[in-house]
Design a protein around this ligand. Structure first.
Ligand SMILES: *Cc1c(COP(=O)(O)O)cnc(C)c1O
Length: 382
């Protein structure tokens, strides 16, 4: 591997990192990198949380200390997303995957059928789970036009007005496709798996029945999911639903029916407080737009080297997959990137290639460093 060739990048990278303790930029899709300030604060508070002499992870979940953490996290999320009063906010174990089951188990109580939009691997997992509890109508599928992946426009969907809900995945983490519009479903509740895009840009919560997201991409660490659910959707679930999968129980117990993943909840709280300090969702949306636009511009302006086969109207601002036009150079690209301090750029095991996940915690300077690296790679390999 031509280590010395990338010395310039490494040096530039190192000087950028004068104000950070971190040795690498981690482009992993999830669990993903966390803000350095959050990790430093967690470290400082590890042995003694606010003078208690104990770590927050050792404190009882029903005690007054953890209540402060839990309530503040909810208040900050409500403020950041401008969540209306008629929505409950839950912090639940089991990640987004538990929600794949909880949504049908709780919403199939009247009608045992739902519409699902199939735009990729995470949609399919949600569909497979829902099929265990009722009928699933695939109302639309990801399209391919001129070799480009594209989100299907709504006039092509076949929605059933009798459905219990419509489920979709606004950002497909693996394919790197994103909806840049919100489906209109009338009186049928819209359910969104926002795991890889929650808090990346402002949304109007009132357009949704349920929003859920695993924390390990944009909210914090693995082990917890955030669920935002409209009050009228809290009903009795299917009769065989396990207690822990019952939204009503969680609402009644404010997510404290059993011992919640307290440390994950605490880290989520630190991330949300950090986001507020940085200027909130609008600020992150601006930065995310710039980060993604410049990376796509780099890829598109070097078509002889890189391809992102996604239609412009369907490109993700969070997960940017691309291939090298010479696939045999992929491994060298990844190895050299790692040597330059740009790690975990390997594409998903099912799709191969390269994927840069650039969530809120990924600073713009890291994307600039990646772009410099790509230019240097072309210069030395082209
Ligand atoms: C990561 C991811 C999931 C899975 O989350 P878990 O926390 O592992 O259950 C589901 N949906 C999307 C869109 C994701 O990105």
């Amino acid at each position: 591997m031509p280590d010395d060739v990338y010395a310039d990048i490494k040096n530039a990278n190192q000087s950028l990192r004068k104000h950070t303790m971190r040795k690498v930029w981690n482009f992993n899709a999830g669990p993903a990198m966390l803000p350095e300030e959050v990790l430093t604060q967690a470290q400082a508070e590890m042995l003694d949380w606010h003078g208690t002499g104990m770590s927050i992870m050792e404190l009882g979940h029903r005690g007054p200390e953890f209540k402060i953490v839990a309530d503040q996290a909810e208040a900050d999320l409500r403020e950041l997303m401008d969540i209306p009063k008629n929505y409950h906010v839950l912090f639940l174990p089991g990640g987004a995957t538990a929600q794949f089951a909880m949504v049908p188990l709780n919403l199939f109580s009247k009608d045992h059928h739902a519409d699902y939009i199939d735009t990729g691997i995470w949609s399919k997992k949600a569909i497979d789970e829902a099929k265990r509890y009722g009928d699933v109508n695939i109302a639309a599928k990801l399209e391919i036009h001129n070799d480009l992946l594209q989100i299907p426009t709504q006039e092509k969907w076949s929605l059933n007005p009798q459905s219990a809900y419509v489920h979709y995945t606004p950002n497909e983490t693996i394919e790197g496709v994103q909806f840049h519009w919100v489906p209109k479903t009338g009186d049928v509740p819209l359910v969104a798996d926002m795991s890889s895009m929650i808090l990346a840009q402002p949304i109007d919560v009132s357009q949704y029945g349920i929003i859920y997201a695993g924390a390990q991409k944009n909210i914090g660490q693995a082990g917890i999911a955030v669920v935002i659910i409209r009050d009228d959707l809290i009903n009795d679930p299917l009769s065989h639903t396990p207690t822990l999968y019952n939204y009503k129980i969680h609402v009644e117990n404010k997510s404290f029916y059993n011992t919640p993943p307290t440390y994950s909840w605490y880290i989520a709280g630190l991330v949300l407080a950090w986001m507020k300090k940085q200027g909130g969702v609008k600020k992150f949306a601006e930065i995310n737009k710039r980060k993604s636009q410049k990376l796509y511009a780099m890829i598109d302006s070097h078509k002889d080297f890189f391809i992102n086969a996604i239609h412009h109207d369907s490109r993700s601002i969070m997960n940017i997959p691309f291939n090298l036009t010479s696939p045999e150079l992929t491994q060298e690209f990844l190895d050299s990137a790692t040597a330059a301090g740009l790690t975990n750029l390997k594409g998903h095991r099912l799709s191969g290639g390269v994927r840069a996940s650039i969530y809120n915690a990924m600073p713009e300077e890291a994307v600039d460093t990646l772009i410099d690296f790509m230019k240097e790679f072309i210069r030395t390999r082209g």
